[in-house]
Design a protein around this ligand. Structure first.
Ligand code: ZN
Ligand code: ZN
Ligand code: ZN
Length: 157
């Protein structure tokens, strides 16, 4: 029995819930996916394995995986919510392109330190943070600039 499963099981027990075979299978599937994933991808993977797990079961299990510290919501783009592992993964933050959906992962020690300093200043004990920067990637920013200047011209006339 791997330690992820042990922690998840302990969390479920604490919440008075059982670690059903469905929950176990969803947990295994989540950790077999690398990087960011959404419910559809998870559902697709479980369907391939002929697990018989419904979307509704996945939607009900996701909050449990989040609360137990297994995964977190990584990004939201055009109503699509994507998740990623926290457990056993290095912390990072995201830049999301609203043009093409490209995701850049980054981590900067100075930014991390600053956030800790702000927490200390407010007597706040941080558990988790999510820094997301929305905007345009290199490729899309050229297009965005062009449409902005076109917009300005339209206003002026
Ligand atoms: Zn960070
Ligand atoms: Zn882009
Ligand atoms: Zn990420």
């Amino acid at each position: 029995m791997d330690y992820r499963y042990r922690i998840f099981k302990a969390f479920l027990k604490f919440r008075g819930l059982k670690c059903t075979p469905e929950r176990r299978r969803i947990l295994d599937a989540v950790f077999s996916l690398e990087g960011h994933f959404d419910v559809e991808e998870l559902y697709g993977l479980l369907r391939e394995k002929r697990s018989g797990i419904s979307r509704a079961t996945i939607y009900r299990t996701i909050p449990l995986l989040i609360e137990s510290g297994m995964i977190r919501e990584a990004l939201r783009c055009r109503k699509n919510v994507r998740y990623e592992h926290i457990f056993g993964h290095k912390h990072h933050d995201h830049m999301v392109c609203v043009g093409c959906g490209k995701v850049i992962e980054f981590k900067d020690d100075k930014i991390e330190e600053l956030q800790d300093r702000m927490c200390r200043l407010y007597g706040f004990t941080p558990i988790e943070h999510r820094l997301g920067i929305r905007g345009y990637c290199k490729k899309c920013s050229g297009l965005a600039k062009r449409s902005v200047s076109r917009g300005k011209r339209a206003v002026n006339t």
